[in-house]
Design a binder for this molecule. Structure first.
Ligand code: F6P
Length: 322
């Protein structure tokens, strides 16, 4: 393998830059050239490739976002789009690719490798944490810290005004951010897509809180919750129970930005290095990940969406401590 490419895809996640840095520097150590593909599969189709050297990745380990930009690409879902991408990879003499992203990225990579034979290795990067086969995903820890910082601030004002806050967090159709941040902020309830939301039980919970002289409350709502998101749940609760003045905060894209946490920087560095070494060993269609502090590899098929289960013990913990 003489030349590889790296790209970042899907929703950006803090730590993606640290991963790109690790990929580039590991490849150079093995005398392998590296190209960055700008804007993921869109750039692969249009041939937006840039050579990356040691200095191209200096001073980026601490930066959020991604120097390679990211994009969601409809054209890559078509066989014509993928054929154009394969032609570009061949034109640039790319022998293997490191894809940093989430389930959509790996789904595309898997189909592409089957059709065109060019090997891909994935590094899991998405704040949603919804890939199977890894203890943690690049960006998740940083996003959690952003949520915690925001909710701690909301708690101050909720307490000052005796208010009930519904805070909506990201995660698409997965509740990992909601559940873990809910525990970390001591939320009174956590509403996630993986469990059915009953407004009546939520109201009962709020009444119990009131009986215990709680003057304010925080409910974390995952954006994909079946209750319809924070505004909708707040509306339904207010219809039946208006003891508290109710407010809604949707945290939105601040969860994706900002400097990566220490954990994300280290994880990204480990996985970037592992991905390059895996390509050199001839692996393909697998995601590099860390389980119990050891680097392991999981096939894209297993890693992609809906195999990762919510931890029931954590759910019970959130409820029992609320
Ligand atoms: O997958 C990451 C994520 O931030 C999800 O949590 C969210 O649902 C989605 O991306 C938002 O995507 P976009 O930035 O394209 O609106």
């Amino acid at each position: 393998m003489n030349r590889i490419a790296v790209f970042t895809s899907g929703g950006d996640a803090p730590g993606m830059n640290a991963c790109v840095r690790a990929v580039v520097r590991t490849a150079l150590l093995h005398n392998v050239e590296v190209y960055g593909i700008v804007r993921a599969y869109s750039g692969m189709i249009s041939g937006d490739f840039i050579p990356l050297d040691f200095n191209s990745v200096s001073n980026i380990i601490q930066r959020g976002g991604t120097i390679l930009k990211s994009a969601r690409c409809e054209e890559f879902r078509t066989s014509e789009g993928r054929a154009k991408a394969a032609a570009q990879l061949k034109k640039f003499n790319i022998d293997g690719v490191v894809a940093i992203g989430g389930d959509g990225t790996f789904t595309g990579a898997q189909i592409f490798t089957k059709e065109h034979g060019i090997p891909f290795i994935g590094c899991p990067g998405t704040i949603d944490n919804d890939l199977f086969g890894t203890d943690n995903i690049i960006g998740y820890d940083s996003a959690l810290n952003t949520v915690i910082e925001a909710v701690d601030k909301i708690r101050d004002t909720a307490d000052a005004h005796d208010r009930l806050f519904f805070v909506e967090v990201m995660g698409r159709d997965a509740g990992f951010i909601a559940l873990r941040s809910g525990i970390a902020v001591g939320a009174d309830a956590v509403l996630i897509p993986e469990t059915e939301t009953f407004v009546d039980s939520l109201i009962e919970r709020l009444k119990i809180g009131k009986a215990h002289h709680k003057t304010s409350s925080i409910i974390i709502v995952a954006e994909g919750d079946d209750g319809g998101g924070a505004y909708e749940v707040a509306r339904k609760v207010k219809e039946q129970y208006n003891y508290y003045e109710t407010k809604v905060t949707v945290l939105g894209h601040i969860q994706r930005g900002g400097s990566p946490s220490a954990s994300d920087r280290v994880l990204a560095s480990i996985l970037g290095k592992a991905a390059v070494e895996a390509l050199l060993k001839g692996k393909k269609n697998e995601m590099a990940d860390v389980i119990n502090r050891k680097v392991v590899f999981t096939s894209f098929t297993k890693a992609i969406k809906h195999h990762q289960q919510i931890n029931k013990d954590l759910l019970n913990l959130a409820e029992s401590l609320a």
